[in-house]
Write a protein that binds this ligand. Structure first.
Ligand SMILES: Cc1cc2nc3c(=O)[nH]c(=O)nc-3n(C[C@H](O)[C@H](O)[C@H](O)COP(=O)(O)OP(=O)(O)OC[C@H]3O[C@@H](n4cnc5c(N)ncnc54)[C@H](O)[C@@H]3O)c2cc1C
Length: 409
């Protein structure tokens, strides 16, 4: 326990977190891992796996909420590492709704959270999804240039949304979409707000579904918004808060836009944890292989060249997990990220996953390069972690700006 009453940082998992880790690991080993190859080839959302996860309460709002509020902050990182150890594409399908849920839970009114977040998960009998739609064809890293426009129709107390979103995980197949739109384009990212688009709202449709390099068991698509009308109550956080925020920004005062960025920073360790899961899967597989495979009359693990690779893989994997856990503990316990620790964790873990999975292919030689072995899939899956949720370059910008205090470009 620290002076301010928050649980101190410990590498020893609490009994509750350890139990969750074991439980999620069993599901990952018995259900997710065996299904990974099939759903990667099918390039579809693995509904049967989601249903099985829902039946045991793993794909549920309760599970996510309990882990999110777990006091040490390690509930989510530990669970996500296990899921992605099982398979990253299926893992992303299992946690994809979480991003949409957090976008409402973080700044939504209590009644919005109560109404819409459960709709992003559904029930064990009827599994549902949520999608968070920020990126656009001309607004990826540069979120300030989002063109999707939301205009208020005062007479009807409705918002009218028009624009095209891209790269949306679960886009078009989700029950609830959360759409980031500009309400005042002159204010860039500070003139934006999140809108809930309820199920079946006319004007929302799926555009192109992308065929991807990796995480192919997760659905990624464009979302078209053509005169989509949503009730005033679907503006996340409510109109009074928005008007107040816009007024502050127009007066040149610090506004909650920066608070949204802080929320984003706080969620980055969870993305790092997913990357740690893939890296661990590849490391363990390569380790077993190096202990079995013989060349020149020896186990290949006897060759320094291979043992040194394994040493580096394990070191980077452990370092990545430590950064993730530190940032997750800080975020949960309200510690200010003085050196962009959330970005550090996501950046290091993402690049570690790419490096470790590549080395795993090298250790497996020709076998590693084929689809008969899982490491090539894990390598394809790992690459997304240097791209989404802020590219590696953007993470370095954030860290660079934070540590120097300069407006690094
Ligand atoms: C599989 C997948 C799932 C996704 N899921 C979602 C989702 O659910 N919701 C959502 O809203 N988005 C999602 N995204 C979008 C993702 O967040 C963006 O792809 C990402 O932010 C990068 O944007 P971009 O692709 O437009 O690349 P760009 O921003 O065009 O970047 C291209 C290159 O330029 C570099 N670059 C850009 N600006 C700078 C700079 N200032 N300094 C240095 N380098 C720079 C980038 O680092 C990158 O290397 C997903 C993407 C993928 C591929």
């Amino acid at each position: 326990m620290s002076e301010d009453g928050a649980p101190g940082f410990s590498l020893e998992l609490t009994e509750d977190v350890q139990q969750v880790k074991d439980w999620v690991h069993e599901f990952a080993k018995d259900v997710i891992r065996p299904a990974g190859e099939e759903w990667d080839e099918r390039e579809e959302t693995p509904w049967p796996v989601l249903q099985e996860a829902a039946k045991i309460g793993l794909y549920s709002l309760d599970f996510f909420a309990n882990q999110w509020f777990e006091p040490s902050g390690l509930g989510i990182p530990v669970a996500f590492e296990e899921l992605f150890w099982g398979d990253a594409g299926i893992g992303l399908s299992l946690v994809g709704s979480g991003l949409a849920a957090v976008s409402v839970a973080a700044t939504g009114l209590p009644e919005q959270i109560a109404e819409w977040v459960p709709e992003m998960f559904g029930t064990a009998d009827e599994v549902k999804l949520g999608a968070f739609c920020a990126s656009e064809p001309d607004a990826g890293s540069d979120v300030g240039s989002i063109r999707t426009r939301a205009e208020y129709d005062q007479a009807k107390d409705e918002w009218v949304i028009n624009g095209t979103k891209t790269w949306a995980t679960n886009g078009g197949i989700a029950n609830v979409h959360v759409v980031v739109a500009s309400v005042d384009p002159d204010l860039g990212s500070r003139g934006q707000a999140n809108f809930i688009v309820p199920p079946g709202t006319p004007g929302l449709s799926q555009g192109q579904k992308f065929k991807k390099h990796g995480i192919r068991a997760s659905h990624t698509a464009e979302v078209i918004l053509d005169n989509v009308r949503v009730p005033g109550a679907c503006l996340v956080g409510g109109k009074d808060k928005l008007d107040e925020r816009l007024a502050r920004v127009r007066e040149g005062k610090r506004a909650a836009g920066q608070a949204a960025m802080r929320t984003f920073e706080a969620s980055r360790p969870t993305v790092g944890a997913m990357a740690v899961g893939i890296a661990r899967a590849a490391y363990e597989y390569a380790l077993d292989y190096a202990r079995e495979r013989e060349q020149f009359g020896k186990k290949i693990g006897d060759f320094q060249a291979i043992a040194f690779k394994l040493a580096d893989m394990k070191m980077h994997l452990d370092a990545a997990r430590l950064l993730v856990w530190r940032a997750a503990w800080m975020a949960r316990n309200g510690k200010e990220f003085g050196s962009a620790e959330g970005s550090m964790a996501k950046l290091y873990a993402g690049e570690t996953a790419v490096k470790v999975t590549e080395e795993a292919i090298q250790i497996l030689g020709g076998n590693g390069y084929t689809r008969d072995y899982p490491v090539e899939r894990w390598h394809r899956d790992s690459k997304i972690f240097t791209i989404f949720e802020g590219t590696s370059e953007i993470q370095r910008l954030v860290i660079g700006r934070t540590v120097t205090g300069l407006p690094v470009r």
